[in-house]
Design a binder for this molecule. Sequence first.
Ligand code: C2O
Ligand code: CU
Length: 484
Amino acid sequence: AAGAPAVVAAGSLAACGASVSPVTEPDAFDRPLLIPPLAESSVAADGTRVFTLEARAGTSRFLDDATTSTWGFNGDFLGPTLRAERGERVAVEVTNSLPETTSVHWHGMHLPAAMDGGPHQSVEPGQTWRPEWTIDQAGATLWYHPHPHGTTEQHVYQGLAGLFLIDDGETEAAALPDEYGVDDIPVIVQDKSFDDGELTIDDGGNEVGLLGSTIMVNGTIGAVLDVTTEIVRLRILNGSTARTYSFGFADRSFTLVASDGGLLRSPVELDRIRLSPAERAEILVRMEPGTEAMLHSFKPELGRVAVPFAVGGNDEFDVLRLRAADSLAPSSEPAGAFSEFGLDAAAVATTRTFQLQGREINGQRMDMGRIDESVQVDTTEIWEVRNQDLSPHNFHVHDVQFEVLDIDGDAPPPELAGRKDTVYTEPQRTYRLLMRFEDYSDPAMPYMYHCHLLRHEDEGLMGQFVVLAPGEVAQPPAGASSGG
Ligand code: C2O
Ligand code: CU
């Protein structure tokens, strides 16, 4: 009898055309959590820190009984963690050893549009692309991933993604655990589906895209992390293509210290943190010697969605087991105040509105040859973003970190009150985002804004903006065919 309601639910879903494969939990969480290595770098004569990334095909051993074809940077799956200091000049030599065109975008990074790695910075097979820029933003957990127009979902899903950590004086003064791989842990959460050991990317008719039935962290299914300190810092990235999670623990709260673009003003105690694709959260978890804790994903509050079971992660499941040693090294308590930041809402020069609907923004699909918005350099703007649908979207803006001013007129919850570059947009709600455009781009070299549910982005839920001097006019990007 216990199984009957589930059968009924599946039948009614089939009737409305969506198939849902629930998450299957592993039998045990006993595989050591893989930690992406820190990327090596060299320092050139002029002081530039140079990294090397090669996108290539490989194979991974996720499952006991099968080998899986995957893509990775400098390895078979995912990529190394790049790390640099605020103020440093960095360059990355990106080589494409894949059989198809890709690109590498620095998600959350403030940098010139030509270095951004969006769809206009294609790297052809066999080619090397070398962006170079000066890190000029707060310490944060950023990431990198491909952005070729139309195939981003597939490239990320096959394994192309990695973290890019920025350190600065504030992150050091915050007294957070900072020994990478020991008490400062990358946690890249992704969902995958397998058929005969190979990754499948079928969305099953699901409006948001693929909701995989297997959860992995840093490429580990059923992962355990051995904790050796009283406090452990998890840098969580939702690296999934479509699924939204609500992370937390059944038996304890945690301390949120940073969101997408860096530290909060002060730490916040929370029970849950909802992360849609591309969002990050740095959390502190306190452990007692000899005990365990399970990072879990609860059913996310998705808002007023039409078909809750088919639109964005209905499941509840375990994600990562933390196992504390019998004696733990002491950790310092985080500083009470972290960071003072804030844009001046009174200085707003322009308000723009963005209606997200289906695969269109303001009634138009992405067109590589069309600049949608021209922003004036050195101005502050409000971008008013509304999800018109009854299914989830989120909204990501390149080049800037924004502040969520309000949601349907109400102040944002504390976890959305920090520096953000991506925000989940609940159905039928309006988000006002405050942002400042500090650097000139180029009349013909756009940045992107888009939904980071990657199927949506690939299918056209994306637009392009340039940052111009007063009086200047946008030019159609060179070499991009119009008509999208
Ligand atoms: Cu994470 Cu436009 O991307
Ligand atoms: Cu979307």
